[in-house]
Design a protein around this ligand. Structure first.
Ligand code: ADE
Length: 236
């Protein structure tokens, strides 16, 4: 899996991509992650990347040409067998879900385009973008944080990144349910005890308890997900 992030703030992205599980995956060459500065492809006197919107209005719009040049440089760099899948991070996009991240994690090469200011010239979106993706119904100052969220959710699903498939097969959203509650030592903390079943060593009963807890939690916290799960799997 290769992901290229096209951004005006590559340093901001690098800091995040070099930490924790994603940083380790990168170091161990389980994934290839690159950040490119769109400004490096602004071949005008002041390396300008934005201009006022036609028709008036507030703010600035990112110009098509530096983005297109940056995109082409990435395409020329890599030995492409097929066109990379290009995602533009935008509050107007399809909202990210775990199912989408799973699908992206099975792709070979993704390019993430981060907008800033009032957005990006529509013509470059038409020319290169396959899909617009949003990370939720709120507006951020740029696409960098959404691109990093998306990258994190994809990289952790790639082969070898997490130690055991169980790590994500049991977690919230994987099977459409929220995860059961977790406990660790000590057995009693501030007079609160760990559920007895988890200390019993009876694996079958523990599994039953976990599913029951997942169902109850999902019903309580996310009735929309619960109803979807019941429609698909029937009452348990
Ligand atoms: N850019 C600004 N806000 C965004 C959001 N919510 N999702 C994706 N990209 C964005």
């Amino acid at each position: 899996m290769r992901i290229d992030i096209l951004t005006l703030f590559p340093e901001m992205c690098e800091v995040v991509l070099n930490e924790s599980i994603v940083g380790r995956a990168r170091k161990n060459q389980l994934v290839e992650l690159y950040c490119h500065n769109i400004r490096d492809y602004a071949f005008n006197k002041h390396r300008r990347v934005d201009d006022a919107p036609y028709g008036g209005g507030k703010g600035m719009v990112m110009q098509a040409e530096p983005i297109f040049q940056c995109y082409q440089a990435v395409c020329n760099q890599s030995n492409l067998s097929q066109k990379p899948y290009v995602i533009y991070l935008s509050p107007q996009g399809n909202v990210l879900t775990q199912q989408k991240s799973i699908a992206y994690s099975q792709m070979d090469h993704i390019i993430l385009l981060c907008g800033h200011y009032e957005g990006v010239d529509e013509r470059v979106i038409e020319a290169i973008v396959d899909e617009e993706v949003s990370i939720g119904d709120y507006v951020l100052t740029g696409g960098e944080l959404p691109a990093l969220v998306l990258t994190d959710s994809i990289v952790r699903l790639c082969d070898g990144v997490l130690s055991d498939a169980e790590c994500f097969e049991q977690e919230s959203h994987y099977h459409g349910l929220l995860e059961y509650p977790q406990y660790t030592r000590p057995e009693v903390w501030q007079e609160r005890t760990v559920p007895e079943i988890l200390l019993s060593g009876h694996h079958a009963n523990i599994e039953k308890w976990k599913l029951q807890q997942s169902l109850e939690r999902t019903k309580q916290k996310r009735i929309d997900l619960f109803e979807e799960y019941i429609a698909k799997n029937g009452e348990k």
